[in-house]
Design a protein around this ligand. Structure first.
Ligand code: SIN
Ligand code: FE2
Length: 207
């Protein structure tokens, strides 16, 4: 059942059934062959993220010590363009985003059992009218979501394989992160772990 967590944050538990999750996973495996997972680094300090990443789409999100957070057309290691966003995800975006133009970027985050992601805002996009659409696969995770000001009240939500979360409108710049992964809660990934896909529009459609 679709739930509005608060204005701008909509939760679609079990949006993808088991067959759709398997199909999506096959696409991601293919994509990760062409565009291997890399370890991003924090700007300036160079501290490595605990998640590994890749992207699909015309643009991909990357970060390293020298140049920080940004979108680029090429994989930072291979220099090749990112593989395309699979049709299943474009359909999903059309269904849940309420936004006419398609996403340009799909960030793929892979979490091992001890990976986490600190509270942050997604603010490297020019088009903040489009929401962020997040899809979870594999082990469940404890997602924390706050308001648009750092240090405010937060709430926690467990995200399971197949769940979709949309944040946009007044909550487009909400702080969010992953506190922990719950190992062994899904059999989708044979070696365990979690994949999160984040679909985003980067430029305004007129660009
Ligand atoms: C992210 O904010 O990039 C990832 C969120 C998640 O893993 O659910
Ligand atoms: Fe994010």
């Amino acid at each position: 059942m679709v739930t509005t967590i608060r204005e701008g944050i909509v939760f679609h538990p079990q949006y993808l059934d088991a067959a759709a999750q398997e199909a999506l996973l096959r696409h991601i495996r293919e994509a990760a062959k062409a565009a291997p997972l890399f370890t991003p680094e924090m700007p300036r300090t160079g501290k490595p993220f605990s998640v590994r990443m890749t992207n699909m789409g015309s643009l991909g999100w990357v970060s390293d010590r020298e140049n920080g957070y940004r979108y680029q057309e090429a994989h930072p290691v291979t220099g090749r363009p990112w593989p395309p966003i699979p049709p299943l995800l474009l359909d999903l975006w059309r269904d849940v985003s309420g936004y006419a133009a398609p996403p340009e970027a799909c960030l793929v985050n892979f979490y091992g059992s001890s990976a986490r992601m600190g509270l942050h805002q997604d603010r490297d996009e020019q088009d903040l009218d489009a929401p962020v659409v997040s899809v979870s696969l594999g082990d469940s995770a404890l997602f924390r979501i706050g308001g648009t000001v750092r240090g405010g009240k937060t709430q926690s939500l467990k995200l399971a394989s197949g769940d979709v979360l949309v944040f946009g409108g007044p909550e487009r710049l909400c702080f969010h992160g992953i506190d922990r992964i719950y190992p062994g809660t899904s059999t989708l990934l044979k070696d365990g772990g979690r994949i999160n896909l984040t679909l985003r529009r980067v430029y305004k459609p007129s660009h």
